[in-house]
Design a protein around this ligand. Structure first.
Ligand SMILES: [Zn+2]
Length: 275
């Protein structure tokens, strides 16, 4: 995600001519949800400033366990439309949880597989307006796709916020941590789990940030995350796969990372409650 790119002057005609179909991408999940007691489509309809209607896809997955103490986690993919591995991983994650819900024990998951539907359809990083969606959060943006997700982040006050991205300059896996001070301990085992599929980036500097074994405790402003006013701070992780790697391996790495995060986050919370 976070490499610095020149601000586009429009899209320069570099968009995909035959759009990818968000509908086709999500159709298998809609089919599964039709008979599921845990997976629900709950898409967000909106109208932009010009009155054009649009939709941010959203699925809910309720894991097994006591609903009264559920942890609520938001998983966001396709913020940059030219990073399809995170999008496919979000779909794959829900498919796997439908088959075996146990990794979601104690969780209510809100999955936003395609946060920038226009960008995904046209295989471009940018929003239709030309803006980089991941520099627009909590800065008074009037981009409708951003406003819709800011509304969700405010209303749902997630315990954990996970974003999936790919990086075209990194040779390996890494992630950004923010929010709760123990977040790096949630990311660490998930990098380890994902490294079964792709190597971790151990460079001291990644994307011009200081890094420690693939973990960066810094980041760009304007990235998708919890509202600045939210207390206590949730776990916030941006997980990055190297975009040059085979897409299938990136999808596996993303999926393994998220499933591991859910396990370690749950363990950490229950430990904290027992102290
Ligand atoms: Zn990205």
């Amino acid at each position: 995600m976070p490499r610095t790119k020149p601000t586009p002057a429009g899209h320069g005609g570099r968009i995909r001519e035959t759009p990818r179909s968000v509908h086709s991408l999500l159709a298998p999940l809609e089919d599964l949800a039709a008979t599921s007691v845990s997976l629900f489509p709950a898409h967000l309809e909106y109208q932009d400033r010009k009155g054009v209607s649009g939709q941010t896809p959203r699925f809910l997955f309720t894991g097994p366990g006591d609903r009264g103490s559920f942890l609520r986690v938001g998983i966001f993919a396709g913020i940059h439309g030219d990073e399809p591995s995170g999008v496919e991983a979000a779909v794959e994650l829900l498919r796997r949880l439908h088959e075996d819900p146990q990794p979601a024990l104690g969780y209510e998951l809100f999955v936003y597989p395609v946060c920038n539907p226009w960008g995904y359809a046209h295989d471009t990083r940018w929003l239709k307006s030309g803006a980089d969606m991941n520099r627009e959060f909590w800065r008074g943006s009037d981009e409708i796709e951003v406003l819709v997700l800011e509304g969700q982040l405010m209303k749902l006050a997630f315990d954990g916020v996970v974003s999936l991205h790919t990086d075209d300059t990194s040779p390996g896996l890494y992630g950004f941590v923010k929010g709760h001070q123990l977040t790096r301990h949630v990311l660490e085992p998930s990098l380890e789990a994902a490294s079964r599929f792709l190597p971790r980036n151990f460079d001291m500097s990644i994307d011009n940030f200081q890094a420690n074994s693939g973990i960066i405790e810094d980041g760009y402003s304007g990235v998708l995350g919890a509202p600045p006013t939210q207390k206590p701070r949730p776990f916030e992780i941006v997980f990055e796969t190297p975009s040059h790697a085979e897409t299938g391996l990136q999808v596996e790495a993303h999926a393994a990372a998220i499933l591991t995060m859910l396990g370690s986050f749950r363990a950490m919370i229950s430990e904290a409650q027992n102290i």
